[in-house]
Design a protein around this ligand. Structure first.
Ligand code: GLN
Length: 194
């Protein structure tokens, strides 16, 4: 099993390192034909408008949409925005996952913060419960999810920060910037059971 990381812009190398830590084979994806060699794809954090523009330039939009029809995709932060159906503004989106996101939802002043989250779904890959320490950097929010989309984590005030719809996963924080690899393990399991 091999997991690709979209390597157009953003912190893709940190995802590659996390995948290495969990013993997973990975590859950087920049060309459409590289999608044929992978079983699942991570879209990293960065700048969603830039990732979208580069995906158009690299002729990746349709190949990514086709890949996502039956293969697992995980978007982190900007990647979650790019994976969504709606960011309530004009920008290139894959429009796969049935979520509406609000970009830069935490404003400019408090644009980065860390918080412990309760993520029960992670118990499937790491049985002993402990909070998940999440890093938010100019993060979006998942404003709303559709009926077949499961909320995996919320802030204490109820705002959604991680969700799953079948073989699509969205986290608005950055698991690749911590040494807690449970989300990478969780995504690997999603691919295995897809
Ligand atoms: N603010 C970025 C965007 O809107 C996302 C930030 C991130 O990926 N850390 O695309």
């Amino acid at each position: 099993m091999k997991i690709g990381v979209l390597a157009l812009q953003g912190d893709f190398i940190e995802h590659v390192h996390a995948l290495r830590r969990i013993g997973m084979d990975s590859s950087e994806v920049r060309l459409p034909q590289q999608l044929d060699e992978i079983d699942g794809l991570i879209i990293p954090g960065g700048e969603s408008t830039t990732i979208g523009k580069l995906a158009i330039d690299f002729e990746l939009m349709e190949p990514l949409r086709a890949f996502g029809q039956d293969k697992a995709i995980w978007g982190t932060c900007a990647g979650a925005i790019f994976l969504s159906k709606d960011a309530r503004r004009e920008q290139p989106l894959l429009e796969l996952m049935d979520i509406t996101v609000e970009r830069n939802a935490f404003g400019r002043q408090v644009d980065s913060f860390e918080v412990d989250l309760d993520v029960p779904a992670l118990e499937t890959v790491a049985p002993s419960w402990s909070p998940y320490h999440a890093i938010f950097i100019r993060a979006p929010l998942i404003e709303s999810v559709q009926k077949d989309t499961q909320t995996l984590a919320s802030l204490p005030d109820g705002r959604i920060v991680a969700a799953r719809q079948g073989h699509w996963l969205a986290t608005v924080f950055h698991p690749e910037l911590t040494s807690d690899d449970r989300f990478h393990l969780y995504f690997a399991e999603m691919i295995r059971t897809n």
